[in-house]
Design a binder for this molecule. Structure first.
Ligand code: PAF
Length: 279
């Protein structure tokens, strides 16, 4: 695996691959790799001739009071994992390399960013769109891989790519979980021992909510009670939306999503299910 830190070098590598008619898969990450990232990487490995994993803690998607400074960073560990999972290139630029000048043009996510995490993290999805735009252009990827754990991010990126004709396919990856059901996340390391024991209740609440929805009930009040009784976390939101529109009446698919703030960790999780027929 080659580590590339500059845009020039990445462009040269991309040019060579394109010249050889190789398809390129991109797995964008902020590092602190876990099995969720690695399963995206393995999928990308199978579906493309060449695979780039990007590793960049993107300041543009963090609010001023968020965890940019303490976001877990361990380059050597991530490098080893990316290499073992079959990446050809680890693109790990500095902030100056990615953002050498102040952007004069902003990208704003639309209506889909006005619910769920978009409410408590204003500007977050604009920052995500900013970095993925650059990564899509720089890698000239044919496919880019995003986990369903960040369902809102996935929905917004899919809409962005469709609306603006980016010449690539967005591939969804299933949420990867710990044995007790907790969704794998780079932020799980912030949990105390007690919070870590409580955290699987997010998934349990989602399962409860899905069952209630199928019985024709509003899942949110009971899910709220459930989380309040089983965890010390503070609910940021529990929301049910049509997926991937995230607004308007629920049609084919729904996303039931939850965010809970524990002491040092804000955890999110969701389930996406068909509203009719067996799931
Ligand atoms: O999901 C993430 O880790 C980030 O939002 C992404 C897509 C790598 C953009 O920085």
């Amino acid at each position: 695996m080659k580590t590339i830190t500059t845009i020039d070098e990445l462009k040269k590598w991309v040019r060579k691959k394109k010249h050889a008619n190789a398809s390129i898969g991109l797995v964008p990450t902020m590092g602190a790799l876990h099995d969720g990232h690695l399963s995206l990487l393995k999928k990308a490995r199978k579906e493309n001739d060449a695979v780039v994993m990007s590793l960049f803690v993107n300041p543009a998607q963090f609010g001023p009071d968020e965890d940019f400074d303490r976001y877990p960073r361990d380059f050597d560990r991530d490098h080893g994992l990316a290499e073992a999972a079959g990446a050809d290139v680890l693109f790990a630029p500095t902030t100056e390399e990615m953002y050498p000048t102040q952007s004069r043009i902003a990208i704003h996510a639309g209506e889909q960013a006005q619910v769920m995490c978009g409410v408590s993290r204003p500007g977050h999805f604009d920052g995500v769109l900013k970095v993925v735009t650059k990564l899509f252009h720089l890698t000239e990827a044919d496919r880019a891989y995003f986990g369903q754990k960040d369902a809102q991010q996935l929905a917004i990126i899919e809409a962005f790519v469709r609306d603006y004709d980016f010449p690539l396919t967005i591939v969804r990856g299933e949420t990867v979980r710990e044995e007790d059901g907790l969704a794998k996340s780079s932020r799980n390391v912030y949990l105390t021992e007690t919070e870590r024991m409580e955290a699987p209740h997010l998934q349990k609440a989602l399962q409860l909510g899905t069952a209630l929805y199928r019985e024709g009930k509003d899942p949110i009040p009971e899910m709220t009670d459930y989380i309040q009784h089983h965890t010390s976390g503070k609910i940021d939101y529990i929301e049910l939306h049509s997926f991937p529109d995230l607004h308007g009446p629920i049609t084919n698919e729904a996303a039931l999503a939850i965010a809970v703030q524990f002491g040092g960790a804000r955890l999110i999780d969701n389930t996406i299910f068909k509203t009719k027929g067996p799931n």
